[in-house]
Design a protein around this ligand. Sequence first.
Ligand SMILES: [Mn+2]
Length: 391
Amino acid sequence: MIRFLHIGDVHINKSFATKDEVLRHKLQRSVIKSFQNAVHYCITQDLDALMIAGDLFDGQHISLKDGEIVRDGFEQLNKAHIQVFYASGNHDYTHYDSKIRHMNYPENVKTFFDDHVDAYDLKDKSTGQIYKVVGCGHMIQHETRNLIENFPIGKHIGLCHSMVQSSLTIGDEGDYLPSTIETISSKGYLYFGLGHIHQNGPIDKHETIYYSGSLQGLHSNETGLKGGNLVTINDGSSHVQFVPLAQVLFDKLTVDISGLDHMEKLLDMLQNTLNDYEGDLENVSLELILTGRTKLYRKLSNPHEISDLRELLLDYHHLFDLKIRNKVKTHFDLEAYEKQNSVLGEVLRTIDNMEKLPSLDYLSDEELLMEIKDGLKDQVMDYFLEGYDED
Ligand SMILES: [Mn+2]
């Protein structure tokens, strides 16, 4: 029986786009901690191997510190007699003189750094059976060939950083070493570990081709549990189990504050939301999205009010990070004013038809258009009706 951990898209040395230097440093530390969590898991579970399906590093400039952290993790695995298989991806591509290719890895590390197929043995310690780990890497930033086509057929284990269209694809992830489920299935592998798409899961109906997903979320949109796949191969069949390993979790909560009319009440409500949160807030980067119709519309349009709220909440709750996104609307009845024969009614109707204005006819993104219209209507109503109370 062989047991290994398949991870990918770790993105060590990612710079993170935030002006907050302390937060940026914390995020960078958390990514490293996630990598160390994966190493620790392999050792405590006494696995046979760690498989890395590319984008271990985010970029080509590897600091001495980041390089040492990776080498130290590999060395710990070496001491525990655990093999490492590492295939490069489009971020950590390995051209001939790249730093990543020439780092001094311990002897347990087998690399797929070339743009042709390589294979290494992986021996089952209990039965003596030898499996082949087959893979290839990226030598340039934008590899557009389907290199998996050249993989041999057999009961092997595959490893590659590849863009395969599947139900896990979210947007345009680019044609980096593009392949297809059909190509990979035709190889008949016991397990095929992929990297590139940051979502975890199988992509074929037999559930032998998996993305590991990113080891940790790297963006507020990469919410939910992140980690790797624990793969067990026994008697020619594989069993896969997701293992959470991320140090920090990104999460979003929508809070409907309809009808609230005092900031104190809003603060209480958000305090309760955080009190009731299930999970270790210290390792959660949380985004609270405020929605609903409220008399607090004008107050909350002021960024200082939002940052005050955030600071007050952070005095009581030790979150990894907290963002408050304001999407509330005015409490005024939009539809009634839209029908009115008044300046306000006229302006609201003009906004509603704005894409018909000749100078704005390039606005074709429906979702964006709705967002702009809603935002403008709320500002206009607030402007006209400030101080006026319907009740
Ligand atoms: Mn990638």
